[in-house]
Design a protein around this ligand. Structure first.
Ligand SMILES: [Zn+2]
Length: 329
């Protein structure tokens, strides 16, 4: 796989990290393939840990950063078949075309570095938007956002003549996702929804004294890297900020594409509904009888409960959660 430049290899980052660890180990390492799911202790334990890992929130302290002199990348020409070489070249071309992520990722990382002093890597950023508590659908949205694949603005220029006008916001500017989420002064409901959203976080007083301001576009895309000393606070902030960004995108689509009416009242109503729904799903997952919770769920129960406690009131959260779903889209 290494000789082929890791092209098309699943989990290449993990395998490369493992290779690095093996190469820097002073003792000899033997690798033996074992039969899966047949009661071999090491294999069963690895399975369990992998399943737990899937549910876990990202912990950047355990990510393995490979020093550049140990990181072999690129393909070894002599070991490539023609087919592999072709795939490699089209992969390079693809990367050249995919400039959106290439342009924005360094920007995001340097802004976050300025604010936190932590030099997050690109891999950590990608992993951070792919983990709970960010909801699956919202994870996909953030991924598309960083790749510039949300259908708006310049995207329409590729679709031909009759779509040209669709590139522009009603305020006259090109309608980029940044413009939609944080930049348009002609859509007061966007600012209102951010104020309400950040108000919820501050209301939970989870930032311990310091109050949060509405996020910049880069901070939204890097919401998975958000970190405070207080775990429930971090979790709540990630949930609220990511859900708010995704909701603004959905409301913008309802408005621009389906021509639905929009107002600050409707937007804030939709925000509250979204957050309460999320809280309900979250809390319901902890209300299963003890014997139906696996170890992981039992452990995270405290964190999930603490996430919503301050916002919804202690214990009697059902009062604020008497919520009935409606189909606002
Ligand atoms: Zn605008």
């Amino acid at each position: 796989m290494e000789d082929e430049g890791w092209l098309g290899t699943q989990n290449a980052d993990l395998i490369r990290a493992a290779l690095f660890l093996i190469r820097t180990r002073t003792a000899e390492t033997y690798i033996q393939k074992v039969k899966a799911h047949s009661g071999i202790r090491g294999n069963e334990e690895a399975d369990t840990m992998a399943k737990e890992g899937l549910e876990k929130e990202i912990d950047t302290s355990v990510m393995i950063v490979i020093p550049p002199n140990w990181d072999y990348s690129g393909a070894r020409l002599q070991s490539l078949t023609f087919n592999q070489m072709y795939r490699w070249i089209s992969h390079l071309n693809q990367e050249g075309k995919d400039t959106a992520a290439q342009m924005i990722v360094p920007d995001i990382l340097s802004e976050i570095y300025d604010q936190t002093g932590i030099p997050y890597t690109e891999q950590v950023l990608w992993a951070s938007i792919r983990t709970p508590p960010i909801r699956r659908e919202v994870q996909d949205f953030l991924w598309q956002a960083i790749h510039g694949r949300t259908v708006c603005g310049a995207f329409f220029s590729k679709w031909g003549e009759e779509w040209i006008d669709r590139q522009y916001c009603e305020c006259g500017n090109l309608e980029s996702l940044q413009h939609i989420l944080t930049g348009c002064e002609d859509r007061p409901w966007v600012e209102e929804i951010w104020n309400a959203s950040i108000g919820l976080i501050n209301q939970a007083r989870c930032m311990k004294g310091s109050t949060l301001s509405p996020p910049t576009y880069n901070q939204i895309l890097a919401v998975g890297l958000l970190n405070t000393a207080n775990k429930p606070a971090t979790r709540l902030s990630k949930i609220i900020i990511s859900e708010t960004a995704y909701l603004i995108w959905k409301l913008r689509n309802a408005w621009v594409i389906r021509k639905e009416t929009m107002s600050s009242e409707r937007a804030i109503g939709a925000l509250k509904e979204t957050i309460l729904k999320r809280a309900k799903v979250d809390l319901d997952s902890t209300r299963l009888p003890e014997n139906r919770l696996d170890r992981k769920k039992r452990e995270s129960k405290g964190l999930v409960t603490a996430t919503w406690e301050v916002l919804l009131g202690n214990g009697s959260s059902s009062r604020s959660l008497r919520w009935t779903p409606s189909d606002h889209g």
